[in-house]
Design a binder for this molecule. Structure first.
Ligand code: ASP
Length: 450
């Protein structure tokens, strides 16, 4: 059995949905279908999820909601009409959009999620109806009935482990099962979404729950590329990646696949294949547990901006037991996790996401660190980007880091920091954001073209 997930661009228009139907029809094993909300039809378009955000904001602020309600309804109704679905069905879709504006605003921490989830929910209802119209046996299954139970963390829910056993019962359903992606239910019955792009996560959870042989993730690109095509001209496609490689690349900005979607399939050892709805017979990129190593030790270069570094220096830091613990407990108090922590004998850099540091929080954190560890120097370095060089083969090759730092130095790009984890599956270079694109190109040239 296969779980197939279709992203927003695959469901954005009637033409795209026809391709989706063909893909489902082509293979009888494609029994579990997970959908995103409709995405952009072209560059100037707006995703349904983003329209739902506008709707939510206008509703809570007491603004005019009519226009956006109509815009959302028009998108779904146009598809329903194109496939000649009944007027009653279209009325039901409309009603679901209107009903959002009847939900309680006061003391409702799940309200935002209820709006967000509606795009996927309506799309799943719509697609199952279309599949039936096409003569297939299909059924919409709500995540609550499927057994997708999640933690009580609005907009960043995590799956509860007991869900998997319940999900296994989906195997007893005949025909195609269509499930909306992106959200689950808390034990108390409230909708909680995963973080943005979270339909990939639902696909992975369902794949693990039903014990799929394969998780096919349909997008609008031919697979994963070894660098961002917006930065590097025609980068190579990667045929195979391990879960660990994908995790590192997704973390550092490869948005084709959500990094949180890796865990469920990784544990269950279910291979993922990233495919293109517009080119479905192309092999795409397979992500699995192990792959045959080639002489290409680096498989991908990813980059991400929005980092700051808290740099702390103290003479004889290495002799002070509990130094790092004191600093990290201050960050913990402010609810800030760190991304990386390269250190020397007398200095330490803590890399955090810029969005966590408001000017007030930053001031308080610095003050508390000064009081707790009396550093010789402490300062914040902003506008940092990280570049990740990823590849399982690096462990067995000599000079990979050297080639990267040489490529950067030859372009006069200053390396602010460099870090390699013990698993040796990636090397991180920290640089100034303004040099990010140039650096990626230089590294791509060094690892893939020279
Ligand atoms: N529709 C949601 C988003 O735009 C989830 C998804 O597409 O996976 O983030």
């Amino acid at each position: 059995m296969k779980v197939v997930k279709f992203g927003g661009s695959s469901l954005a228009s009637t033409t795209q949905i026809k391709k989706v139907i063909d893909i489902i029809k082509k293979d009888k094993d494609r029994k579990f279908v997970i959908v995103s909300a409709p995405g952009k039809r072209d560059e100037t378009d707006v995703k349904i999820t983003d329209l739902l955000i506008v709707y939510y904001k206008s509703y809570v602020e007491g603004g005019d909601i009519k226009e956006v309600q109509q815009e959302i309804i028009a998108r779904f109704a146009a598809t329903a009409k194109a496939f000649s679905l009944s007027l009653t069905f279209i009325e039901q879709l409309k009603e679901r959009i209107f009903q959002l504006a009847l939900l309680s605003i006061e003391d409702n921490k799940y309200l935002y999620d209820a709006f967000l989830a509606q795009g996927e929910d309506l799309q799943a209802r719509l697609l199952s109806e279309i599949l039936i119209q096409e003569g297939l046996e299909a059924r919409y299954v709500n995540p609550k009935d499927a057994g997708i139970f999640v933690s009580d963390e609005p907009r960043s829910a995590r799956i509860l482990s007991e869900s998997y056993q319940i999900l296994a019962q989906l195997n007893n359903i005949n025909g195609i099962v269509v499930i909306p992606g992106f959200f689950g239910y808390t034990k108390k019955g409230d909708i909680c979404t995963f973080s943005r792009g979270g339909s990939d996560v639902t696909g992975a959870i369902v794949a693990a729950g039903i014990g799929a042989n394969l998780y096919e993730n349909f997008t609008d690109v031919d697979g994963i590329f070894s660098a961002h095509p917006g930065i590097v001209h025609k980068p190579q496609r990667v045929k195979e990646l391990t879960y660990r490689e994908m995790r590192e690349l997704a973390y550092a900005g490869f948005a084709v696949f959500h990094d949180e979607a890796l865990m469920p399939v990784f544990k269950a050892e279910i291979p993922i294949v990233i495919k293109n709805t517009n080119n479905p017979t192309y092999s795409g990129t397979t992500i699995c547990n192990t792959r045959k190593l080639t002489d290409q030790s680096v498989v991908g270069i990813a980059s991400n901006s929005g980092f700051v570094s808290i740099n702390i220096t103290k003479f004889f830091m290495n002799r002070e037991v509990g130094f790092v613990r004191k600093i990290l407990s201050i960050l913990e108090k402010f609810g800030i996790g760190f991304e990386r922590m390269p250190s020397g004998i007398d200095d330490l850099s803590i890399i955090v996401r810029e969005r966590f540091l408001t000017p007030e929080i930053e001031k308080m954190i610095l003050q508390e660190i000064v009081e707790a560890v009396l550093p010789d120097e402490i300062y914040i370095e902003r506008d940092l980007s990280i570049i990740m060089i990823v590849g399982e083969g690096m462990k067995h090759s000599v000079g990979v880091t050297a080639a990267g730092s040489f490529a950067l130095s030859s372009k006069k790009i200053n390396l602010e920091m460099i870090n390699q984890g013990s698993s040796e599956v990636s090397v991180m270079f920290g640089i100034q954001k303004k040099q990010e694109k140039r650096a990626v190109r230089a590294l791509y040239h060094a690892y893939f073209e020279e």
